[in-house]
Design a protein. Structure first.
Lengths: 523, 191
């Protein structure tokens, strides 16, 4: 059987970017994907909600941790039965997984924001945790290359905490309501910009359509589907990785593929699970630790624009939205707030508040809904959860998946810093709404469970010190030099920004380095 | 697309297609088979809630979503029987929200008005639903009755809004905007 230059585990944003970069340098890659190849023509059809067996509620208990699932899309998420994991009862964790070629990049919200040195050098700024082993200047050239592939739209603003990118300029005007909010926010030195979003081919901005086709076209990439990775195998004499063992999900057959280098891009927690199950790359003891994400509060504040009530909104008043980058604790020195770091929000105007917000039922509720239809402004808050050692994953003592591979136990919760941040966030945004002449309907500091944002990062973090980190600044394992981890598990901090564009920039940078090391004979 | 109704509904449809006495040699109809939505063809058989709980749920559903003009109400939509099925299929913690809540509501009616909730008059019923007229709070209540009432308010509404009858009536009123209400992209089983 052929020996490959590189085995890549995972076909999503990170694995796809590794394949895209490596194959163009002439490196022969084998990609292992746990799921099948989706077919958007065959796998999707239009249906009416009343023709679904559960009337749109979905089959009860089928995907208890996937709040994004509904009866229309339930089949696209990884089965929780086949892929179980555990968590303490009082520490719920939502692990949302997609097992398809393209991974979660098939369904992401496509928000594409760069990190800044407020993240990369966070410890220098406020003393908490660790710095990343890279700075913004190290990653900037790769953001510059990733954004044109994904066709990111946005506005150039010059915000130091949210660096501009290679955008397709977003010239769309703000609606009247969005303008009122923006002006009220700016009077308090709170910046507002347009959402920065990957548009891809207009329909899809995924590894499936933007990365993998080019990689396959080089002739240097083979993709195996239904391949459930079990372990990274190592040479007992050298300790170096020599391949990956996996299970064919369809037959249950045990398989093994050999390569000079192994690259993991299986998603944050799957890559870490694979390393833990392989018993490699953990001389630091940091593997599995420092799990973080952004706590998400969708509709953290819901307000109403009075002039838009009862269907009276003049043309151009409602519609569209915007993005508020982190604005707290940016000055050096003692934090100005009773918490470290900060939060970002995105907002939308022109929606209808949820029925639960009205103190009514029956005919009055229907009147309330009609009166508020299209008059709502809602804010989703995305707060940085601090990376803490105790927020961790480990191999479960007793639970295995459908292929007998030990599952993860996840133990993570938010703390005082996140609680204080959430309270400050809803109060601040509520005040800005009032300044803008909106009526605040609800403010909630209650987040969804850890993991809900699907922005879990950390657990296999980078660092210069091999005693405190798993990977070096090239996403290369300190302990196993021909093993790379290029997904979100490598993050040192979560920041407030959606992570995917940074994951892809890191994967491209690591792959550039890897190909150079292979060319020069170091690997 | 229509749903294939289960056996209880099919014979009538098939019988109509197979009219006896067709003259020999006459061409069979080539019209596509029109299938019927299961809820339009047959009644669901409630089996989870006790008769008293079901009577309480039926009365409550009617109060939460009454028929308003052309918009169907919870009883038109068969919401109580549908929820009997849905909750019967649900994890135990969801079942307890309903059973404890329905029992508490009935108990409150008996204590306050010496009657079952199904049989109290309208002003008495509304008095028992006072919690739903309180301003919304992000703090979840610790009272099982209040937790249940908020849950039922959401569930009954969804069970009504997601029917074809609601979609048709709502579209006739210009509700739901340009997007056709109730249709979506369904992911079939991925291998």
């Amino acid at each position: 059987m052929a020996e490959y230059d590189v085995i890549i585990v995972g076909s999503g944003a990170s694995g796809g970017m590794a394949a895209h970069t490596l194959t163009q340098k002439g490196i022969k890659c084998l990609m292992l994907e746990a799921g099948p190849l989706p077919d958007f023509e065959k796998d999707i059809e239009r249906r009416n909600v009343w023709d679904l067996p559960y009337r749109g509620f979905g089959k009860p208990g089928r995907l208890p941790h996937v709040f994004q699932a509904n009866e229309f899309n339930a089949n696209r998420w990884a089965s929780e039965k086949q892929n179980p994991y555990t968590h303490p009862k009082d520490k719920p964790f939502n692990w949302v997984r997609v097992r398809l070629v393209g991974g979660k990049s098939l369904f992401w919200a496509r928000m594409s924001f760069r990190l800044s040195d407020y993240e990369f050098k966070a410890k220098d700024h406020d003393g908490f945790g660790e710095n990343w082993p890279i700075n913004y200047a190290d990653l900037k050239p790769y953001y510059d290359r990733v954004e044109p592939i994904f066709r990111v739209t946005g506005r150039m603003e010059g915000f130091p905490q949210l660096p501009d990118g290679k955008f397709i300029e977003d010239r769309s005007p703000y609606s009247g309501a969005a303008t009122r909010f923006k002006e009220a926010a700016e009077r308090r030195n709170i910046p507002v910009t347009k959402i920065r979003r990957s548009t891809g081919d207009g329909r899809l901005a995924s590894s499936l359509n933007l990365l993998l086709p080019d990689a396959v076209a080089t002739g240097n990439l083979k993709i195996v589907t239904h391949a459930i990775a079990r372990e990274v195998t190592t040479d007992p004499n050298t300790g170096l990785a020599n391949g990956v063992s996996f299970v064919d999900a369809r037959s249950g057959r045990d398989m093994h593929a050999k390569a000079r280098v192994v690259v993991l891009g299986a998603s944050c927690l799957e890559s870490t699970r694979l390393l833990l199950n392989s018993g490699v790359a953990n001389s630091s003891g940091a593997l599995g630790h420092y799990l973080c994400d952004q706590f998400y509060i969708t509709r953290s504040v819901h307000a109403v624009v009075p002039e838009a009530m009862n269907g009276q909104a003049p043309r151009g008043l409602m519609g569209g939205g915007g993005y508020i980058p982190r604005f707290t604790n940016l000055k050096p020195g003692k934090p100005e707030k009773n918490y470290l770091r900060g939060y970002a929000l995105d907002f939308a105007t022109g929606n209808t508040p949820d029925a639960k917000l009205f103190p009514s039922y029956g005919e009055q509720l229907q009147k309330d809904i009609e009166a508020h239809r299209g008059a709502g402004v809602s804010f989703t808050m995305m707060g940085e959860a601090l990376p803490r050692y105790e927020n961790h994953v480990r191999i479960s003592d007793s639970t295995v998946d459908a292929w007998g591979i030990p599952s993860l136990h996840v133990e993570a919760s938010y703390g005082e810093n996140e609680i204080n941040m959430a309270k400050d966030g809803i109060n601040t945004i509520g005040e800005v709404c009032e300044d803008a002449g909106f009526r605040v309907l609800s403010k909630t500091p209650k987040w969804f469970p850890f993991g809900y944002s699907i922005h879990e990062v950390g657990t296999c973090r980078m660092g210069d010190d091999p005693k405190k980190s798993v990977l070096n600044k090239w996403n290369q394992a300190h302990d196993v030099k021909n093993l790379f981890v290029v997904d979100g598990s490598s993050f040192v901090t979560a920041g407030t920004q959606n992570p995917t564009i940074t994951i892809m920039a890191l994967a491209m940078r690591a792959s550039d380095y890897l190909s150079e090391e292979m060319r020069s004979g170091n690997l | 697309m229509a749903t294939i109704a289960t056996a209880s509904a099919l014979p009538a449809g098939l019988a109509a297609q197979q009219t006896p006495g067709r003259p020999a040699g006459a061409a069979a109809s080539t019209a596509p088979l029109q299938l019927v939505n299961i809820d339009d063809a047959a009644d669901a058989q409630p089996e989870f809630f006790s008769p008293q709980q079901f009577a309480t749920l039926t009365r409550l559903s009617d109060l939460l979503v009454p028929k308003i003009g052309e918009l169907p109400g919870a009883l038109d939509a068969g919401a109580p029987a549908f929820l009997d099925f849905l909750i019967g299929e649900s994890p135990e913690r969801d079942q307890v929200v309903y059973t404890a809540g329905l029992d508490a509501l009935n108990f409150a009616a008996a204590t306050r008005f010496d009657n079952s909730f199904a049989d109290v008059d309208e002003s008495q019923a509304n008095e028992l639903l006072a919690a739903l007229r309180e301003p919304w709070s992000p703090e979840p209540s610790t009272d099982p009755l209040v937790v249940f009432l908020h849950r039922a308010k959401a569930d009954v509404r969804t069970a009504v809004v997601n029917t074809q009858a609601w979609a048709v009536a709502s579209a006739a009123q210009g509700g739901g905007g340009r997007r056709r209400r109730g249709a979506g992209q369904y992911w079939t089983t991925v291998e």
